[in-house]
Design a protein around this ligand. Sequence first.
Ligand code: GDP
Length: 316
Amino acid sequence: MTYDLNRKRVWVAGHRGMVGSAVVRRLAGEGCEVITAGRDVVDLMRQAEVEAFLADAKPDAIVMAAAKVGGILANDTRPAEFLYDNLMIEANIVASAHANDVEKFLFLGSSCIYPKFADQPITEDSLLTGSLEPTNEWYAIAKIAGIKLAQAYRKQYGRDYISAMPTNLYGPGDNFDLTSSHVMPAIIRKAHEAKVSGASSITVWGTGTPRREFLHADDCADALVFLLKNYSDHEHVNVGSGEDVTILELTQIVCDVVGFTGEIVHDLSKPDGTPRKLMSADKLRSMGWKPRVALEEGITETYQWFLDNQVKASAA
Ligand code: GDP
């Protein structure tokens, strides 16, 4: 272990999001004090507010789960927001973390930082070896800048600032809005609504042939806490399940879980995005971490969360 969380004050930035809330749950057993702050307390886009918040809250460690996130269409159509907002949030937090002597900082990126045609499974050293996937290059550039910020503060000031690159995440608390969500919650919602309305088909975007790797948010949170405690180095670390499925295979699993038996139709006017982005899980595995939640089990749990929280809420 390189960093003991016991009795530390840990700020989880972005605690209302799917990953942030999973990290808060996971930290409960670590003997640390978890600090959270809503947008009413600190606007992460404003440097002065972030500085004042950190000078007051004085955390020992930060998990940076705050980001502007969204699926392929949101990324493709709102590039300014995805680039500017993420650059601002991460730059404000890293600089203020250093100014306030924060000991440990964990930055979260995404598998879209890698070149569109990187060799699969993608190892950490593929970063910046080729062109990015155009549908999400704005977000990717911001996330690459975040990795570099953590590295720069380590190099220039000796800070123990590290980065993790999670794959496509899903789970309780995900965004189920069809225009801005990622594929998993979108398909869950579409299959559910088609079942309830008795529709004969659901529509998935693109050809269904792209392959994606999925990891449950609780597994991701577990890996992040593992890295906080056990990792201190310059290079970022992939956080994934090590397995991928096609979008069509994913759709079929979701339909089975939801109980929708109709047809799957493709909307070819929507983008496929990158053909495949399976990350190598070797680095994290070799440190002794592995995921626990199997895909079908995780989808079943996520569907139940959707029923309990979204469907019930919209019926109320
Ligand atoms: P990406 O991993 O950055 O490409 O983000 P997404 O999770 O949004 O999309 C993954 C893949 O799922 C892409 O090939 C999409 O075209 C495909 N897909 C199929 N149906 C949907 C849908 O209803 N919503 C989204 N977001 N993606 C979909």
